[in-house]
Design a protein around this ligand. Structure first.
Ligand code: UDP
Length: 455
């Protein structure tokens, strides 16, 4: 990538969720290494530690998260078993944006006053009000989408298409395999005022942004990217996998428990199934117990992340039955939070039972780890379609019936079918590495982005 000297000042507006703040920090680190000075505007309530990043200026704005009921737990409850466009989520996004708008505007005016020139404001797509504010201030606004590029089609394009148009518009086998009709049905059913407004704001954001940055790779979403580009003239820069370009960043909101690495060191190559549902999804006690049954009966070694508070009505894992520990013994390791990227890169890990959040999906692809998909809500359903139907690097665990869980784990971890899946996952890992080469798509995309914001 081209090295730049003192290329200008950038303001990055961060959303507070783990899956959003980490890619934003990674992007900030890369842009800083290219010579940009950086201010990060972040919501008041989060556990960012500015002293870990002395190279950036941090400014916090109130987002009235408590009043708008958008804590991680509340959001998880709202999202459970639904798609991102449910009334509740739309309402919460609306109030987040309503609450942020005035403080963000004031904050950007202050920064503009002290720096005189801002090369661009890069904002998380959840904070779509930023686009209107930067338009008024005459600063280029760039959206960072921390999910797949395909999600850019969901709100602005899918609801506008009739059944016929949808079929003719998505004639390619790759797009067919994503079952976009199913997603469209979920999005358009019972639209409320809040949903319509959020959709309109999201569409405007995409239309009026000077560019869209996506933590993805061209080859992963080839057809969908070409559709997005067909619908929107906005330049789209696919700059993933960001965690490989800024590997030293630890944006973890929880403390990583390293003891699982010494446990992994004792396991046979590719024998361990790693189980984690990310930073937001919650499960009930029954799901915890069924997961425990599946892991116990599969006889595979497992590393399982159970966040404190992740099991509804429990502090941690106290509702696990007594037989569980006796039955699995040293074969299992449970932690509250793992160094996930290190875990996925470990030679002992052979499969990832995942909720299929976009970051987890990209991290798994980069290490060639096949996946067992158990999506909960939102874009996790779309990511599962990619993993299972398009890239064919995983299986879906559709229910936790005990026999089914054991069979699906075996299919992935030990049977012939799993070997083919693993081979395809390894192929994707190689393709991902190529994106980062000097003439790779990510390197070219980054150079394009830097050129755009340097003028
Ligand atoms: N993660 C982690 N340790 C864990 C579980 C998750 O570091 O024990 C990280 C993971 O590497 C990923 C992020 O948390 O970067 C989760 O993001 P994702 O988009 O997969 O899911 P979300 O949390 O947004 O649902």
């Amino acid at each position: 990538m081209e090295k730049q000297e003192k290329s200008g000042h950038l303001v990055l507006v961060m959303a507070r969720f783990q899956g959003h703040s980490t890619p934003m920090l990674q992007l900030a680190t890369i842009l800083h290494s290219k010579g940009f000075s950086i201010t990060i505007v972040h919501p008041e309530f989060n556990s960012l530690n500015p002293s870990n990043h002395p190279e950036f200026t941090f400014v916090s704005i109130p987002d009235k998260i408590k009043e708008s009921q958008l804590s991680d737990e509340d959001l998880a409850d709202k999202l459970k078993n639904s798609l991102v466009s449910t009334e509740d989520v739309a309402g919460s996004l609306q109030s987040l944006n309503k609450n942020c708008a005035a403080p963000l505007q004031k904050c950007l005016e202050n920064i503009l006053h002290s720096h005189h020139h801002i090369a661009a404001v890069i904002f998380d797509a959840l904070i779509f009000c930023a686009q209107t504010i930067v338009n008024e201030l005459g600063i280029p606004g760039i959206t960072l989408r921390t999910s797949s590029a395909t999600t850019l089609l969901l709100f602005p394009v899918l609801p506008q298409l009739g059944e016929k148009e949808l079929m003719s518009g998505i004639e390619s086998p790759e797009l067919q395999a994503l079952q976009l009709q199913r997603l469209r049905a979920l999005i358009v059913q019972n639209p409320t005022q809040a949903m319509m407004e959020v959709r309109a704001a999201f569409t405007n954001m995409i239309k009026f942004s000077s560019a869209i940055i996506v933590n993805s790779m061209e080859f992963l979403e080839l057809e969908a990217l070409s559709k997005v580009r067909q619908y929107f003239p906005t330049p789209i820069f696919t700059v993933g996998p960001l965690h490989k370009l800024a590997p030293a960043i630890c944006g973890s909101l929880l403390t990583e428990d390293d003891k699982c690495i010494s446990w992994l060191n004792k396991q046979a190559p590719k024998s361990v199934i790693y189980v984690s549902f990310g930073s937001i999804a919650n499960i009930d006690k029954q799901e915890l117990i069924e997961t425990a049954w599946g892991l116990s009966n599969s006889k595979q070694p497992f590393l399982w992340v159970v966040r404190p508070g992740m099991v509804c009505g429990s502090e941690w894992i106290e509702s696990l039955p007594n037989w569980f520990e006796e039955s699995v013994g040293e074969r299992g390791c449970i932690v509250k939070w793992a160094p996930q990227k290190e875990v996925l890169a470990h030679a002992a890990v052979g499969g990832f039972w995942s909720h299929c959040g976009w970051n987890s999906t990209i991290e798994s692809i980069c290490e060639g780890v096949p996946m067992l998909c158990r999506p909960f809500f939102g874009d996790q359903l779309l990511n599962t379609s990619y993993i299972r139907n398009v890239w064919k690097i995983g299986l879906e665990l559709q229910n936790l019936e005990r026999g089914n869980t054991v069979r699906t784990i075996k299919r992935l971890m030990v049977e012939m079918e799993g070997k083919d899946i693993r081979k395809r996952a390894m192929d994707l890992k190689k393709k991902a590495a190529l994106c980062l080469m000097e003439d790779g798509s990510t390197t070219c995309s980054f150079n394009g982005l830097i050129k755009q914001i340097s003028v």
